[in-house]
Design a protein around this ligand. Structure first.
Ligand code: ADP
Length: 263
């Protein structure tokens, strides 16, 4: 049993430098972040500030160049089912049905056939895709594909769901619906979610805490608690105040370093 006083994720002074084709990029410098079980945390920032890198380190796809990435207090050894990743482009297997995509994890871990089937059915209903269990990914809308991707990591017993701009490719209406569905799923399951976005509204709508990142090198600049009751009203004054404050912080990252401010 996990010790509840230990954070589920603990990034300690995590640095990541990529070396490719003779070029060195410091993608992340000394990032410190702890995430408690059941928290919904958004990483917010412009492109290139290290959000995906931090997520990939948490997933175990990348090892930190410096510092430590811990889950339940132990170094993350590599990718594993307890940390499920959901990508913007869904990452579904096109040759498998919805049912088989969702059952893929348990099946590849050699769970008994009846259990695989039962798990797949449970998560198919959790995301409301009963009518599409036998459909193939190309027969689904973007929103439905993303539901399959989420169900797939849950069926694989993810404790932490790592989401890299998962709704970025969806139209505005579908995106809003999936944000609502994700919050509903989150509150029902007690999952821990680390969610990358560059959309301020999305971060305020979803997160318990917003981790603001800045580029050159990528680093954590500030962490904001979002102390607004859910379901959050995007037109409320408190929502707008936070939106303005985060926008000012985000836009300051684009200002040229030598710029002078006009009166
Ligand atoms: P974000 O998700 O905020 O857009 P990333 O973590 O993707 O930021 O990237 C941070 C920086 O690291 C960028 O400058 C990017 O070009 C660089 N980078 C990311 N992945 C790699 C890689 N595999 N090899 C080399 N450079 C990379």
């Amino acid at each position: 049993m996990a010790d509840p006083t230990v954070p589920i994720l603990d990034m300690r002074a995590v640095g990541k430098t990529y070396r490719a084709n003779g070029r060195t990029t410091e993608a992340l410098r000394e990032a410190n972040l702890t995430v408690s079980r059941g928290e919904f945390v958004c990483l917010l920032g412009a492109s290139g500030c290290g959000k995906s890198t931090l997520l990939r380190v948490a997933a175990g796809f990348e090892a930190p160049t410096s510092g430590q990435a811990l889950m339940w207090g132990k170094p993350i050894p590599g990718p594993g089912p307890s940390r499920g990743m959901v990508f913007q482009d869904y990452g579904l297997f096109p040759w498998l049905t919805v049912r088989d995509n969702i059952g893929f994890g348990p099946k590849s871990r050699k769970r008994p056939t009846a259990e695989v089937r039962e798990t797949a059915e449970r998560y198919i209903s959790l995301v409301g895709l009963q009518a599409f269990a036998d459909a193939y990914p190309h027969q689904l809308s973007g929103g439905m594909k993303q539901r399959v991707a989420i169900a797939r990591v849950l069926a694989n017993e993810a404790e932490v769901v790592l989401m890299d701009e998962p709704f970025g490719a969806l139209d505005a209406m579908t995106r809003e619906r999936l944000q609502d569905e994700l919050l509903e799923l989150w509150s029902r399951t007690g999952l821990t979610i680390l969610f990358v976005t560059h959309a301020i509204e999305e971060a305020i709508f979803l997160a318990d805490r917003i981790v603001m990142m800045s580029p050159g090198p990528g680093r954590i600049e500030a962490v904001h608690e979002v102390d607004l009751p859910r379901r959050r009203d995007v037109s409320s004054p408190a929502f707008n105040d936070l939106r303005r404050m985060l926008a000012a912080q985000l836009h300051s990252h684009h200002a040229p370093r030598t710029a002078t401010v006009a009166a």
